[in-house]
Design a protein around this ligand. Sequence first.
Ligand code: HEC
Length: 270
Amino acid sequence: MSESSFAKRAIKKLIYGIVIGIILVVAAKLTHFPFVFQVMFFIYALLGALVFILLDAPPMKPLQGGKAVMGLVLFYVIVSGLYIGGATSLPQYDPEVEKGKIEKILKPRRARTQQGKVEELLARAKALDEKAEMIAKQLQALGAGKIEEVQVASAGPVGGAASDDIIAKGKEQWELQECYNCHKLFGQGGKKRGPPLDNIGNLMTPEQIREKILDPKSWMAEGYEKEYKKGKMPDKYKDLMFPEEIDALVAFLSTLKNPSVKTPKPIKMK
Ligand code: HEC
């Protein structure tokens, strides 16, 4: 086969590859495959075309001895390099981390089942029992005359611990709901373009933050008109999250008051 007819056939096959690739991408889009998969399908179509093009390639001069070994090693190095390079350029997931996240999301849902409820009630009863015992001991120590003071004293630390707890839970929701995919916080995350939220606690009241999470169209970050119109921020959290999970997330976001990070001004839309 002459060189020019090889080139012609190669171009023809490449065009076939691209056309098949586009068809695959459209089909993947229609069936809601993530973007990474769409890209991969396109790459696969091109790789397929490459294989068919290679079939047409003029035969090489046979290599022998040391040259043959070198050729083999070189081929191996190039192919491995392409594979490893390609694989590391894709997003990395640690299956254990993902499993842990799913477990955390499922746990409170499981607790809602009848069995879970019973366990929850038992645990709560036990905690209350312990608290009652503690108060009784304190009463004994102080004498019955100072009942009121004892109650105030024991209510103090319990309340404080609970609010720390809710903020920690809210931070966990930030991770579990993957808000960090779009929003930079503490200098981390925000790969998909969304505003950093380090100062949101100074710009929105807890109630307004809740509105934004429940209905992303209710507020718009100044300078993010395009993203707002496209509906970039998902409108799914009201369905995905339990009210107390939203409470916790709102409590956590309300603590974010760092004016040195520019968080855009929220504008009321509806
Ligand atoms: C897919 C990307 C994406 C995800 C995920 C996402 N957001 Fe957003 N968010 C945006 C974009 C883009 C904006 C700016 C446009 C707008 O206001 O709608 C925004 C705006 C906001 C604002 C208003 C900021 C301001 O300065 O006005 C808050 C608050 C917010 N998001 C909270 C959250 C929380 C909490 C989560 C997780 C439960 C979350 N977002 C998940 C994309 C996202």
